[in-house]
Design a protein around this ligand. Structure first.
Ligand code: TEU
Ligand code: CA
Length: 544
């Protein structure tokens, strides 16, 4: 299997630059801050960093609104800093994967500025413009993902422009070939600078047919991704991961099938969507259900069993913290549950992604007042919902459970002032629990969360069984236990975890029973018969 792509041996780490490490005391994380933590990342053993956007941006959506793809936001640093980051990471065997945000730009991008100059402006057609509807209102009732209409009227030219996100994020018109060519040129410019690939923001939206009301998974989507691949990625040894909320078991291989000439893998969100009331979205969470989660994860292991490749993740910068959402963030169970859910996820087949802070078991934050929130999505919805008469406290409870700021409070490096993130005033409050939860303390603990992630990353780098072994789930209906086996060339790994804060009685099925060694300690281990797992205990037995 030595000819397998490098990223199949890699564990990825996502950095949200604004919240990672501030080098100059302005309260905002930056690229020199990231460079200062490269040894930390190397120690964790990761293969590549997915770097959330650092490009020039007015920061309406913290960089997901780009005003110049070929420059760096001054608060994050300079192009020279970026080059130093790429080189410093490469020296440690770490690739830097940039965030490609090309469904939309900022309204302050030169293309959009030009487009606003008149209906015949050279860049007009780089964006999606429509005449007002018959009543003078928006051309259609399509809604923005951040709430409110997805159309904003541009007075001077008398037309509406499309924005599936904030009004400050106008959608690009992918049916325009010059626009596509400019995007590919920009991608090549970054690839030539030495980046290791791209994470592609909402890539499933670029093939939209807005007049037919189709946004995700539109008719031209795969033509565009294939063209992009031919023009930029082909013959380069890079990794690509497309964010695709609409990906299903039926269409996933269109993106990542071996012979498709598209992407290495997608982020699909089936397990995240399982946590919402069907069709209702993130502000309507529903109770956790382990069999449902297992069914979803098992299905996706099946989808990419022979062809394609999975990404494995619990969290990212848009989602609640993994240990709060899937584990138990109480003092009693936090460490064990963070280790358990990491182990159960990372021993599946695919490329695991660690979101910054997850490797030390960082938790959701609890804000009491709307002034503490920073996220444009949360603030937009707060305005809309409270105008509609929703109780502000109820809204804040929802935002504390599922809002994006949970993931965006600063990385907790130490127990000291501002968690060692900044010497100044952070742009968003540090979680007060940094006195107990921080990298310095956790890393010093051989049974900590970091130590487990480091072991898992090492296994991913070194073990063909973990990388390529087949996946066999057991007891999908069991309400507390998650169990599976991995098999390759006579080697076998049995994994059994208690996904709950109560003891779990379990009858080990014969096909999972094993006598061998513990995957992590190499000590003799036996898995058989009737056992009772401690809360969040996970057993891994390797044979062969
Ligand atoms: O997110 C896409 C997206 O649709 C959601 O994840 C979004 O964050 C929201 O929570 C839906 O309720 C991507 C980026 O990951 C996100 O940070 C950006 O805000 C968004 O695209 C726009 O670029
Ligand atoms: Ca800074």
């Amino acid at each position: 299997m030595t000819d397998a792509p490098w990223w199949q041996s890699a564990t990825a780490y996502q950095i949200y630059p604004r919240s990672f490490c501030d080098s100059n005391g302005d309260g905002i994380g930056d690229i020199p801050g990231i460079i200062s933590k490269l040894d930390y990342l190397a120690d964790l053993g990761i293969g590549f960093v997915w770097l959330s956007p650092v490009f020039a941006s007015p920061m309406a959506d913290n960089g997901y609104d780009i005003s110049d793809y070929r420059d760096i936001a001054p608060e994050f640093g300079t192009l020279a800093d970026m080059d130093r980051l790429i080189a410093g990471a490469r020296d440690r065997g770490i690739g830097i994967v940039m965030d490609l945000v090309v469904n939309h730009t900022s309204d302050e991008h030169a293309w959009f500025r030009s487009a606003c100059e008149g209906r015949d402006a050279p860049y007009r057609d780089y964006y999606v413009w429509r005449d007002p509807g018959p009543d003078g209102g928006p051309p259609s009732d399509i809604q923005s993902n951040f709430g409110g209409p997805a159309w904003t009227f541009h007075e001077a030219t008398g037309q509406y422009y499309l924005h599936l996100f904030d009004p400050k994020q106008p959608d690009l018109n992918w049916s325009n070939p010059e626009m596509r060519r400019d995007v590919y040129e920009m991608m090549n410019w970054w690839l030539d600078r030495g980046v290791a690939g791209f994470r592609m923001d909402v890539i499933d939206l670029i093939g939209k047919d807005i007049d037919a009301g189709i946004t995700a998974d539109g008719p031209k989507l795969h033509d565009y991704i294939q063209e992009m691949n031919r023009e930029t990625l082909a013959h380069r040894d890079v990794v690509t991961v497309g964010e695709a909320w609409s990906a299903t078991p039926e269409n996933a291989l269109l993106y990542c099938g071996r012979d498709r000439g598209e992407l290495s893998m997608v982020f699909q969100f089936a397990h995240v969507l399982d946590g919402y009331e069907p069709g209702k979205g993130k502000w309507h969470p529903r109770a956790f259900d382990l069999p449902r989660l297992k069914r979803t994860l098992n299905t996706w292991q099946q989808v990419c069993a022979e062809d394609g490749w999975n990404s494995l993740f619990w969290g990212n910068h848009d989602l609640p913290r993994a240990v709060s959402k899937y584990g138990d963030d109480s003092a009693q169970h936090r460490v064990a549950s963070a280790r358990c859910i990491a182990t159960l996820l990372h021993l599946m087949k695919g490329t695991p992604y660690i979101y910054q802070g997850e490797e030390i078991g960082m938790t959701n934050v609890e804000f009491g007042h709307i002034d503490q929130f920073r996220d444009v999505e949360t603030l937009n919805f707060y305005r809309i919902e409270t105008e509609r008469g929703i109780d502000p406290d109820a809204f804040i409870r929802g935002a504390n459970a599922n809002g994006r700021d949970n993931a965006r409070t600063p990385m907790q490096w130490t127990a000291g002032a501002q968690a060692g993130f900044t010497t100044g005033t952070p742009w968003i409050e540090v979680n007060p629990n940094h006195v107990d939860i921080n990298a310095e303390d956790d890393r010093a603990d051989p049974d900590g969360v970091f130590a487990r992630h480091r072991d898992l990353a090492k296994l991913r780098r070194t073990s063909d069984l973990i990388r390529f072994g087949t996946y066999h789930p057991f007891d999908e209906a069991h309400p507390q236990v998650m169990a599976y086996a991995r098999r390759l060339n006579g080697e076998e790994l049995s994994v059994v975890g208690n996904f709950s804060s109560r003891p779990a009685p379990y009858e080990v099925p014969d096909d999972l029973a094993a006598t061998g060694v513990d995957l992590f300690t190499q000590e003799q281990a036996i898995l058989e018969g009737e056992i009772t797992l401690d809360p969040w205990q996970v057993i891994t037995v390797k044979t062969g």
